[in-house]
Structures are given as structure tokens and as C-alpha cells.
Design a protein around this ligand. Structure first.
Ligand code: ADP
Ligand code: MG
Length: 300
């Protein structure tokens, strides 16, 4: 696999606030990555550092296996990290022509990119007449004018209505399907689930998980159990190699699984040890529950 970006032990301090803590991850070519975390978890700071607009405090990052300088590498990166800003009294086409001049790229990709984001028929409309969703789509077209290796987006659907959100997500998927690597920051779990193949989950600047979105989904689930003898039951559960954490709350025992274990098997095992259960349910955490578990204690 070809590495697009490697981040190694990156840290950022704003005064005494540690916004990014010892963060490491790798972006490989062709995948769609999400940086997922609640507001203030360090997503924008991380993107700002690798795009050279925020100074790092410690650590390293390298683009394209360190084969070029960051300055050269960033010419192959398309990024939208701020609200789209174009000249309001100029048309979409005029604005993109100007971007081509500034970036020193040919104008021959303009129509193709406007088509991709669904704005070709509005190319002669002034930017100020665009909806927020259209402005965001124009920003995506603009970022793609030089056919970048990777497209970076910070909260691309923030502030949009449901239709606008859907359009942006479909466009991102289309760009990814054409082979462009994508890195997007989002505080929305379902956005990452819908759009991304890989995810780095941040909480207060720290990485909690990185890997495939499917891998995050692949929890073995947990059992909920009740019995008249909870202490004895907890002991049996804790001694079982397939069981991880065991919790007792208001008489309800929750036993998280480290590997697959069927309800039938567990029921018999417990019965054979002389305990009868009054309640046994096997559940799988939803992705949302897993995310909330991963990011709990966010406020303290
Ligand atoms: P996210 O994008 O995940 O919402 P940010 O990277 O914007 O998170 O912020 C991470 C932390 O750093 C937050 O606590 C935020 O208040 C702080 N922060 C961000 N930018 C600055 C800045 N320019 N000066 C001081 N603190 C900042
Ligand atoms: Mg942010």
C-alpha cells in the first residue's frame, strides 16, 4: 500500500492546553478516512498541522513517504478547512478561472469538476446567489481543479439542510470511487459510517481507535443477566476466558465478550454450576453506543 500521509507522535499545545496528544496514524492511498470526535477533540488542529497552517509542538508528519518537501507535497493536496469563500459578484465559472490562475493550473478541468459537483448548469450564476450547499460544492470543485492525490474536508456538511448533506456525501463517495484518497473530519458518527472505510477516533486530542469502520462495528456484544445469587454469578463470568469486563448495576449484570460465546452455551455452563438465571439476553452494541462508550468522560 502506498502511504499518502504518516503522522507520528504529533502533539499540539495552545498555551497550557494540550489539543493534540501524541497522535499517530497513517493514510493509505485509495481509502476514505474519517477523523471522528466530539467538538474540541482536536480534529481541525490535526488537519491544520498537516496542511502547514498550524504549527506543531512536537512529533512528525510526512507526506508521500517523505519523498518531497511539505511545500511540494501540498500541491498534490486539495483541502477545504474553512467556510467556502469566493468573490460574491463573480460567477462560479469566473471564480474557478481565478483559482486556476492563482494555483497555476490549466482551466481545462473546470467544466468536468463543475459537472462532478452538479453545478455545471449554474456556472454562470453569481456566487452570492448560491445556497450554502452549492457554495460548499463549488469549494469541492475548486479543490479538485488540480486533480489532487487526496482531498481533505473539515466538517463538510456542517450547517447544511438534509438534502444538502445528502448531496455532499454522494459527491464525496463519487470522488472516492474515482480513486482519490479522502480525509474528512466530522463529529457525526453516522456521517463517518456512511462515507468512510477507515476511522481515527479522537477524544480530547487522544486517539481512542484507528482502523476500519467495519472493525469498529465488529464487537462481540454482551450479555445481560440476572440471578438471585449475583456475586456467585459474577465470579463464574469473570473466570470465563471469553468474558471481559463485568458490571453490576441495580441487580442487572452486564458481561462484555472478548470473543464469540452463545447464549445456550453460557446458560448451560451457569446452570451446571448450580445457578439458575431469571434473565438472560445477548445484545450487540450499536455503533452509536460503541462511539459513546469510546468517547465517554468527554466533559471531564
Ligand atoms: P475540533 O476540530 O475537533 O472541534 P479543534 O482542533 O478545533 O477541535 O480544537 C481542539 C482544542 O484546541 C479545543 O479545546 C479548542 O478550544 C482548542 N483550540 C483550537 N484552536 C485554538 C487556538 N487557535 N487557540 C487556542 N486554543 C485553540
Ligand atoms: Mg473542527
Amino acid at each position: 500500500m502506498e502511504n499518502i500521509l504518516t503522522v507520528t507522535n504529533l502533539s499540539k499545545k495552545y498555551g497550557s492546553l494540550l489539543a493534540v496528544k501524541n497522535l499517530s496514524f497513517t493514510i493509505e492511498k485509495g481509502n476514505v478516512y474519517g477523523i471522528l470526535g466530539p467538538n474540541g477533540s482536536g480534529k481541525s488542529t490535526t488537519l491544520g498541522i498537516v496542511l502547514n497552517v498550524v504549527n506543531k509542538t512536537k512529533g512528525e508528519f510526512s507526506w508521500f513517504n517523505g519523498t518531497t518537501s511539505t511545500h511540494e507535497a501540498l500541491k498534490k493536496v486539495g483541502a477545504i478547512i474553512e467556510r467556502p469563500n469566493f468573490y460574491p459578484y463573480m460567477t462560479a465559472l469566473q471564480n474557478l478561472k481565478l483559482v486556476c490562475k492563482i494555483k497555476d493550473v490549466p482551466e481545462n478541468k473546470i467544466e468536468e469538476k463543475l459537472e462532478l459537483v452538479g453545478l455545471l448548469d449554474r456556472k454562470h450564476s453569481k456566487f452570492r446567489t448560491y445556497s450554502l450547499g452549492m457554495k460548499q460544492r463549488l469549494a469541492i470543485a475548486s479543490a479538485l481543479l488540480n486533480d489532487p492525490e487526496i482531498l481533505i474536508l473539515d466538517e463538510p456538511t456542517n450547517g447544511l439542510d438534509p438534502q444538502g448533506i445528502h448531496q455532499i456525501r454522494e459527491i464525496i463517495k463519487k470522488i472516492a470511487a474515482q480513486g482519490t484518497t479522502i480525509l474528512l473530519a466530522s463529529h457525526l458518527l453516522d456521517e463517518v459510517e456512511k462515507v468512510c472505510s477507515h476511522v481515527v477516533i479522537l477524544r480530547k486530542g487522544e486517539k481512542l481507535y484507528s482502523g476500519s469502520v467495519d472493525g469498529m462495528l465488529a464487537s462481540h456484544g454482551f450479555f445481560e443477566l440476572k440471578s438471585k445469587e449475583p456475586e456467585k454469578l459474577i465470579q463464574i463470568l469473570e473466570n470465563h476466558s471469553s468474558v471481559g469486563e463485568v458490571k453490576l448495576v441495580n441487580g442487572l449484570i452486564t458481561a462484555f465478550l472478548k470473543e464469540e460465546l452463545s447464549a445456550e452455551f453460557l446458560n448451560k455452563l451457569i446452570f451446571d454450576k448450580g445457578i439458575t438465571l431469571s434473565h438472560l439476553v445477548k445484545r450487540k452494541e450499536s455503533l452509536e453506543e460503541q462511539f459513546l462508550t469510546l468517547t465517554k468522560n468527554q466533559s471531564n
